[in-house]
Design a protein around this ligand. Structure first.
Ligand code: FE
Length: 344
């Protein structure tokens, strides 16, 4: 071989070596997450995670049901490692569709209370919301209020606003009442509640709270973060509503206030499970917990984490410690019961 060819060969071998090695150096580790939460409620945290670990995070946002269908259609070809969504009922649906795999993490177990995670460790709560009573501070004395069950009393005839029974939040509330009071008593309650509706269910949680302020009803049942968002908002309509409506914590001498979670699970076909678990653990760190909860006026799941100023202003309450798993398990019974009770 001529010297020139030897040199060319040597150059080619070295170039080949560099090319084979380079992809490994360049190949950044990454994690892919499907999320039904608004981008602004999670993106800054994901960026912080990348900054700290060098792991890239690819975020796909969409509706909870849409992403669940997408995950089912993609099957083992899905690029997703993690699924983040709201309501224990929705997390239970994903679990029932065999989308998740269990995660045994010391960090997750130490920071997410047992009742706020799946009994089989297939998903973990990240933030908590309460579904509570909002009342008119002009037409209702807080001393008249007591428990969820009391809302079926005829003293509340034509005075209650709540959204429809196809809403998962209401289904989870009823699922919790079934667990505490049994199906028969809960059905009787639902009939009484429906009889007390001020109007046919219409709109979302915010609409029910606004309806209390505008005088269409005296009481609404809604999730706390909607009222938190109104309180933080400088829009006149929201400020007007906040000035006329107060928060009440029901069932304090019974099971406590019904709570639910936003949560996350590691997907069955995750191709980056180590990075995904690292991200799950990052999301329950004290700093992440405080930020993530405050971004949507929710309660942190990690005990001892600071709450937002607005949440603190509503005072402390006893929360129901029923396992979130039960909300999913009782979902079908809750839906049937609400239908029988005529809850549209
Ligand atoms: Fe919501």
């Amino acid at each position: 071989m001529k010297p020139i060819f030897k040199i060319i060969l040597a150059v080619l071998i070295i170039a080949g070596l560099i090319l084979t090695l380079k992809p490994n150096n360049n190949e950044e580790s990454s994690v892919n997450i499907y999320s039904s939460r608004k981008e602004s409620l999670i993106k800054p945290l994901l960026e912080k995670f990348t900054e700290e670990t060098g792991i890239q995070v690819n975020l796909v946002t969409g509706s909870g049901d849409g992403l669940l269908t997408r995950l089912q259609n993609e099957g083992e070809n899905s690029p997703a490692d993690l699924f983040l969504t709201v309501d224990a009922g929705a997390l239970h649906r994903a679990k029932s569709a065999s989308l998740f795999q269990p995660v045994d993490s010391r960090v997750l177990n130490a920071n997410v209370p047992a009742h706020l995670q799946d009994a089989d460790q297939q998903w973990f709560g990240l933030s908590m919301r309460a579904r509570t009573i909002f009342y008119s501070n002009e037409r209702v004395e807080p001393s008249e209020l007591s428990t969820y069950m009391d809302l079926a009393d005829e003293k509340w005839r034509n005075r209650i606003c709540i959204r429809s029974s196809d809403n998962l939040y209401n289904q989870s509330l009823v699922a919790s009442l079934i667990a505490h009071h049994g199906e028969a008593a809960t059905e009787e309650w639902a009939r009484g509640l429906v009889a007390n509706f001020a109007r046919e269910p219409v709109g979302g949680d915010r609409d029910q709270i606004h309806a209390v302020a505008s005088g269409q009803c005296d009481i609404a049942i809604a999730n706390t973060y909607y009222f938190g968002g109104m309180t933080a908002s400088d829009e006149a309509a929201n400020q007007e509503t906040v000035s006329k409506v107060n928060v009440f914590w029901p069932s304090q001498s019974e099971q406590g206030v019904h709570v639910n979670v936003s949560g996350i699970g590691l997907l069955q076909h995750a191709s980056n499970p180590d990075e995904a678990i690292q991200l799950m653990e990052f999301l329950v760190s004290e700093e992440s917990q405080a930020w993530y909860a405050e971004a949507n006026q929710e309660y942190p799941v990690r005990p001892g984490t600071d709450r937002s100023e607005i949440l603190t202003s509503w005072g402390d309450f006893e929360a129901d410690t029923l396992s979130m798993s039960v909300l999913g398990e009782n979902n079908a019974a809750a839906v049937r019961l609400m239908n029988r009770a005529g809850w549209r």
